[in-house]
Write a protein that binds this ligand. Sequence first.
Ligand SMILES: Nc1ncnc2c1ncn2[C@@H]1O[C@H](COP(=O)(O)OP(=O)(O)O)[C@@H](O)[C@H]1O
Ligand SMILES: [Mg+2]
Length: 152
Amino acid sequence: MHGPSLLLWGNVGTGKTHQAYSAIRALTAAGCGVSWHATTAADLYGDTRPQAGVDLEHQLRRIVRVPLLLLDDVGAAKTSAWNEEILFRLVNWRCQNQLPTIFTTNLAPVRELADSPRQPVLRDLVGDRVLSRLSGMCTPVRFTGPDRRFQR
Ligand SMILES: Nc1ncnc2c1ncn2[C@@H]1O[C@H](COP(=O)(O)OP(=O)(O)O)[C@@H](O)[C@H]1O
Ligand SMILES: [Mg+2]
């Protein structure tokens, strides 16, 4: 299945994860029998860290090739050169093969002129190679408003 991807971005608690699952639910309810997988960037890095006896290539390939993937909280986990490479390979593969992917992040993709230079942005966390591919493949959707978790 080929298709467009989404980058849901905005502050913590604005409903990104909720909407990501709603989108998947809407697709499956509409009879689109696509197989899907949801994970967080932190879990992706955990599942693909070098470990004795684990076939990382197999593990990564399994996740990277899922027909519909939700990768939640990109840029939230502490990053390393290894993690950056894992994320690059995932994004590059899915971009090249036009595999529909929903990314969420608490960070703005890039720093706007009005932003403080200390304000972290996605570009700082994932690097230009990943950001460029995300920009090319995703429709960005900004989430605003208060943290819904504090509103109860
Ligand atoms: N449209 C919505 N209707 C009702 N509850 C929502 C809605 N969007 C989010 N929530 C609730 O608000 C909380 C924060 O939403 P979440 O999607 O986890 O935010 P984010 O992923 O942006 O941090 C969750 O408990 C979620 O169930
Ligand atoms: Mg979330």
